[in-house]
Design a protein around this ligand. Structure first.
Ligand code: MV4
Length: 500
């Protein structure tokens, strides 16, 4: 086992990895940007190194500075979390070149999975169904010539894409040229690669993904699926395991398909194979996510396995934690992603200081977060501030617990998506498990704005709270609150700013 691991990430996932290391008796090294000096992951880790200014291009994406922090600290391995450098083949290769273990797949596997067309060819080799389409990057002429064969509606997808970036629906031939230009330019600006390919567009599929573990030496496991159909603009909002739509037979077929693709890719690490599933239970391979995913906790809750410890174990050369026959799914788990966004204002980001934070607890509740009361949510990074996960013996119990936990959760000072989640947990379609990828837009359309009275009451309550805190501070400090600036005024100003 490693003595010391550097975590090349921030926020809740850095905290999650540090927790796993603690339990394994491994020492931890955090890295942080100038905006994250006071972040939870920095406070949690045994050591911490500044790696540059707030923009991630100057800090969390700087391979050279991260490797230098690893060298100085004497870390032997690097956990990349998700996002940032997690699926960057150059980073995996640079770690190995520096004599460090990258806790993830090989650079070669990352390259294969990073190309959606290469991944489609892998799936084909493994005899796994893919959405009808092309398996090569296409010229403009090939797109125009190939489109009628696939038929409309179709999708133009960026080959280097994933997660819906660089994707355009084309409903009729006349839309092809402009959609093609848009997909290429989004691919170029997001991934530095303008290559595209075509897929038949499936209407209202479910998005179901299979968790796998592989040791890279021939041992592979599947750990059950997650239902991820509840997304907004290709950002997942609610996930659950198992999917209410998947029975034992479909689970086995998805699991065996996922493992076959992973074997063909020489996969090592925890990973996820994404599928689209239609109403007739036909499934189609979509992509491989070669990392630990945000929503991994729901799988942990129903399998009883710790996926981060499994990743670290695999990287250290230990055998996989269980055999396939020993994997049992028990109960149901849900995850609500809490973003610092205002669901009543088209999910605009809502950074700022968390004045009051009361976190839920009790039976079956897990709250993975990197924030604390008094913390200032920076504008520079992903607005995910917490993941609220509940477990129950049944789906109904997991939902009841989620409602209860959402009621307990209090975040004052910034807007969050908690009110949206409360709505979903009451929604008859959600309760019935009747989900597809158009779900969120439908819920949003039915969402009435909050009454201005409630809003006014909330603002007054927050201001009062801040005022009382100032009074307490004044009592404790001879110079009074004016020296530090009035928090009451600050709160009022922040609200005024948000209203513009
Ligand atoms: C699709 C699709 C329909 N047909 N591909 C969106 C995220 C990315 N991973 C792939 N996505 C989709 N790919 C074909 N051939 C529909 C989606 C899609 C979607 C998928 C999951 C959840 C929400 C979605 C919303 C719109 C489109």
């Amino acid at each position: 086992m490693f003595q010391k691991i550097l975590i090349a990430n921030r926020g809740e996932i850095a905290v999650r990895v540090i927790r796993a290391c603690r339990e394994l008796g491994v020492r931890t090294v955090a890295v942080f940007s100038e905006a994250d000096r006071a972040a939870t992951h920095v406070r949690f880790a045994d050591q911490a190194y500044g790696i540059g200014p707030a923009p991630s291009s100057e800090s969390y994406l700087r391979i050279d500075r991260i490797l230098e922090a690893a060298r100085q600290s004497g870390a032997e391995a690097i956990h990349p979390g998700y996002g940032f450098l997690a699926e960057n083949p150059a980073f995996a290769a640079a770690c190995e070149a520096a004599g460090l273990t990258f806790i993830g797949p090989s650079a070669r596997t990352l390259r294969l999975c990073g190309s959606k067309t290469a991944a489609r060819r892998l799936a084909r080799q493994a005899n796994v169904p893919t959405v009808p389409g092309t398996d090569q990057d296409l010229s403009d002429e090939e797109v125009v010539a190939g489109a009628p064969t696939i038929g409309f509606p179709l999708l133009i997808k960026a080959a280097a894409g994933g997660g819906g970036k660089g994707m355009r629906i084309v409903r009729e031939p006349g839309e092809l040229p402009s959609a093609l230009r848009a997909a290429r330019s989004e691919g170029q600006s997001s991934f530095g690669d303008s290559a595209v390919y075509l897929e038949k567009y499936l209407e209202r599929p479910r998005h179901i993904e299979m968790q796998i573990l592989a040791d890279g030496a021939g041992q592979l496991l599947y750990l059950g699926e997650r239902e991820c159909s509840i997304q907004r603009r290709h950002q997942k909002v609610v996930e659950e395991a198992p999917s209410p739509f998947v029975d034992e037979a479909l689970r086995r077929r998805l699991g065996e398909a996922a493992v076959a693709i992973a074997a063909a890719a020489g996969y090592r690490n925890a990973g996820t194979v994404e599928f689209l599933v239609d109403r007739d239970r036909n499934f189609y391979f979509l992509e491989v996510n070669a990392r630990l995913q945000v929503e991994h906790p729901v799988t942990e809750m129903v399998t009883g396995l710790d996926l981060v410890k499994a990743q670290i174990g695999i990287a250290a050369g230990s055998p996989l934690p269980v055999r396939q026959e020993e994997v049992r799914l028990r109960g149901c788990a849900l995850e609500c992603r809490i973003y610092a966004e205002d669901p009543f204002r088209n999910f605009i980001p809502s950074p700022g200081r968390i004045a009051v934070l009361r976190r839920p607890g009790g039976p079956g509740v897990r709250d993975d977060t990197g924030v604390y009361e008094g913390y200032e949510v920076p504008v520079h990074y992903d607005p995910l501030i917490a993941k609220l996960i509940t477990w129950g013996e049944s789906r109904a119990e997991a939902i009841q617990r989620m409602r209860r936990a959402l009621q307990e959760y209090t975040i004052i000072g910034i807007q969050t998506t908690i009110p949206f989640h409360r709505r979903v947990m009451e929604d008859p379609k959600f309760l019935a498990g009747d989900l597809d990828t158009t779900y969120v837009e439908a819920v949003l359309a039915a969402l009435p704005p909050p009454t201005s009275r409630n809003r006014r009451a909330a603002i007054i309550a927050a201001a009062l709270h801040a005022y009382l805190q100032d009074q307490e501070a004044a009592a404790a400090q001879p110079q009074g609150p004016a020296a530090a600036g009035s928090r009451w005024l600050h709160t009022a100003r922040q609200d005024a700013l948000r209203r513009r």
